[in-house]
Design a protein around this ligand. Structure first.
Ligand SMILES: Cc1cc2nc3c(=O)[nH]c(=O)nc-3n(C[C@H](O)[C@H](O)[C@H](O)COP(=O)(O)OP(=O)(O)OC[C@H]3O[C@@H](n4cnc5c(N)ncnc54)[C@H](O)[C@@H]3O)c2cc1C
Length: 388
């Protein structure tokens, strides 16, 4: 029997399983999708801190499609204030990396297979039963599994998802696609705040990945514009820093909300990644917090096991105990709530056209531009989370 059962072989569940194995703890993963399922076309922005985690797990070297971001240009439309962050200033090789979700999940799937970590593909968990000594998983195919710790990394989409403790519907949707600009990106990303919502251009391969947020109604309309009209609207929205917008892929939309459920679930059950918090994509915080969840949980399991061995206890019994899960929740609180608060602040303070706030934002961006310590603080917060 494995000491840990993980629901979901998405990036967070897979990283957790690999990190647990490095701690000498056997994990078994249960994934609803079949083994040969193709991942969707979303784009991920990884922080430098996430790269370090993937490095330590031997996954980074398997990724060929990651595009480094060496500079970020932050501005607001129709008002003063520009801030520029660069990797050199923070003394890291890149502020972050852009890569297809499909490339990351494929590399992780291979890493799980190479590490001989058991993954039950095509098994959808329907019910999770907490317990004092063991928690059990009950799947749609009638099978059941039990372990001292169940880690829920199902992206918050599972049947057993509890109601979030805090939710905010931004009434915004993201329009996403890849675009070609006249000028090469030179590894520079753009974050542009507008009263309708933030928009980002992320260097991806030799093109840009666009994330354009707007009200639901506007986003539906923008996504359906014919190519030529879409490119004109995009140029109006972003300005001409990258020259003209030459072409765009078909557009997709997805709804944006904040949902904070927290890691605390019940006896011997813990939630991590998007199952614990779903964030607006502005500033690319959600995914990176999820990877830190996985890493920190595995480290704590390792420490718990070592302490148990030193005391001469049965190692597995302390993994998933109430004391361990409380320590995990305490340890993650500052990073998670910091990311939730920072993201929520950016969306709400920047997505409006009130004159006093417009000026305050301009001053904030100016301060970020001219005060190197503030710049380093913000960059390190985005790269490493609360420990930055
Ligand atoms: C369109 C889109 C664009 C995004 N862009 C960005 C971005 O640019 N930057 C960023 O940082 N974040 C972005 N995000 C968020 C990012 O995708 C998530 O933070 C990340 O995928 C979370 O990883 P996860 O492993 O927690 O969940 P997921 O990636 O959702 O993985 C969950 C896994 O659990 C499995 N599963 C679900 N239910 C069950 C069940 N009942 N039983 C067994 N298995 C189950 C699923 O099949 C899946 O494999 C985006 C999200 C979306 C939807």
């Amino acid at each position: 029997m494995s000491a840990v059962l993980i629901v979901g072989a998405g990036p967070v569940g897979a990283v957790c399983a690999l990190a647990l194995q490095q701690q000498g703890i056997a994990a078994q993963v249960v994934e609803a999708q079949p083994e040969d399922a193709r991942a969707d076309s979303r784009t991920l922005a990884l922080s430098h801190g996430s790269r370090l985690i993937l490095d330590r797990l031997g996954v980074w070297d398997r990724l060929e499609d990651a595009t480094p971001i060496t500079r970020i240009h932050i501005s607001q439309r129709g008002a003063f204030g520009v801030a520029r962050l660069s990797a050199d200033e923070v003394k890291v090789p890149a502020l972050g990396y852009v890569l297809p979700y499909a490339a990351l999940t494929a590399a992780l799937k291979q890493a799980l297979a190479d590490a001989a970590i058991a993954v039950d593909y095509g098994v959808a968990v329907e019910r999770i039963e907490p317990g004092a000594e063991m928690a059990s998983l009950h799947a749609a195919d009638g099978s059941a599994r039990a372990a001292p710790l169940v880690v829920v990394a199902d992206g918050g989409r599972g049947e057993a998802a509890p109601k979030p403790r805090f939710e905010r519907d931004y009434d915004q949707m993201a329009v996403v696609c890849e675009v070609q600009t006249e000028l090469p990106h030179a590894n520079q990303a753009y974050e542009r705040f507008t009263p309708e919502g933030p928009a980002a251009l992320l260097p991806k391969g030799d093109r840009y990945a666009l994330v354009w947020t707007a009200s639901r109604e506007a986003a539906e309309r923008i996504a359906q514009l014919p190519d030529a009209e879409f490119l004109v609207a995009l140029a109006r929205h972003f300005g001409g820093r990258q020259g003209r917008f030459l072409s765009a892929d078909p557009r997709k939309t997805f709804p944006l909300k904040l949902a904070w459920t927290g890691s605390e679930a019940a006896d011997r059950v813990v939630r991590i990644g998007n199952a614990a918090q779903t964030l607006h994509p502005v500033a690319g915080q959600g995914f990176n917090i999820g990877l830190r969840d996985a890493w920190e949980l595995a480290s704590l399991c390792g420490d718990t096991q070592n302490e148990s061995i030193q005391r001469g206890d049965t190692p597995a019994s302390e993994i998933g105990s109430a004391a361990m899960l409380a320590a995990y929740a305490r340890g993650r609180r500052a990073d998670v709530l910091g990311g939730v608060g920072f993201t929520d602040f950016l969306v709400r303070v920047f997505s409006n056209d009130l004159a006093p706030l417009r000026h305050a934002r301009g001053l904030g961006l100016l301060a970020l531009e001219v005060l190197p310590p503030l710049k380093r603080f913000v960059a390190r917060r985005m790269i490493f989370g609360a420990r930055g």
